[in-house]
Design a binder for this molecule. Structure first.
Ligand code: IMP
Ligand code: MG
Length: 173
């Protein structure tokens, strides 16, 4: 049986907000090109929609990471399942993520990519759950700040399901 999903952010809300973010980013990077790093799989939908709205030159690369698990690893290390195809040296890199929860994944990624000598390195996340933060991360672009609820849709999954929903919602138990 299909679960019931309560809509938290409608398709229209998400679309409008991404347009705004894209305008802001295009303005901030005016005269430059931006190298988007899409963090698989969750940020695929967001990365595509954001990239389509940018008016500056855009290049894209993909990275896939997986958390090492839980409390037993306090280092915040993540496992790289797929690294970038291209060097980011000297490029204006923008990491595009679906959601920041504990902050561990992005804190690790920012350190790692920062060590590869990019010209600049910023983060853009569609969703931010600040109540859950365990590690401080400096995030330049945030789509929506949301309460501490487990959300699905627009790339976000529950057991790999619901990524294809065009909105962000909460699975009702
Ligand atoms: P962090 O390292 O704790 O910030 O974890 C971020 C990752 O956890 C995201 O990229 C998601 O894959 C996953 N995640 C965190 N919160 C949610 C949620 O509410 N729904 C779906 N995935 C989530
Ligand atoms: Mg994810």
């Amino acid at each position: 049986m299909a679960d019931k999903i309560r809509v938290m952010l409608s398709e229209e809300q998400v679309e409008v907000r991404i347009k705004e973010l894209a305008q802001q980013i295009s303005k901030d990077y005016e005269g430059k090109s931006v190298h988007l790093i899409c963090i698989l799989k969750g940020s695929v939908f967001f990365s595509c929609d954001l990239a389509k709205r940018l008016s500056i030159p855009v290049t894209l690369d993909f990275m896939s990471v997986s958390s090492y698990g839980n409390e037993t690893v306090s280092s915040g290390r993540v496992r790289i399942l797929k690294d970038l195809d291209e060097s980011i040296q000297g490029r204006n890199v923008l990491i595009v993520e679906d959601i920041i929860d504990s902050g561990r994944t992005l804190a690790y990624l920012k350190d790692l990519l920062g060590s590869r000598a990019p010209e600049s390195l910023e983060i853009c996340t569609l969703l931010d759950k600040p109540d859950r933060r365990e590690t401080e991360v400096d995030v330049k672009y945030v789509g929506f700040v949301i309460p501490d609820e487990f959300v699905v849709g627009y790339g976000l999954d529950y057991d790999q399901l619901y990524r294809n929903l065009p909105y962000v919602g909460v699975v009702e138990s």
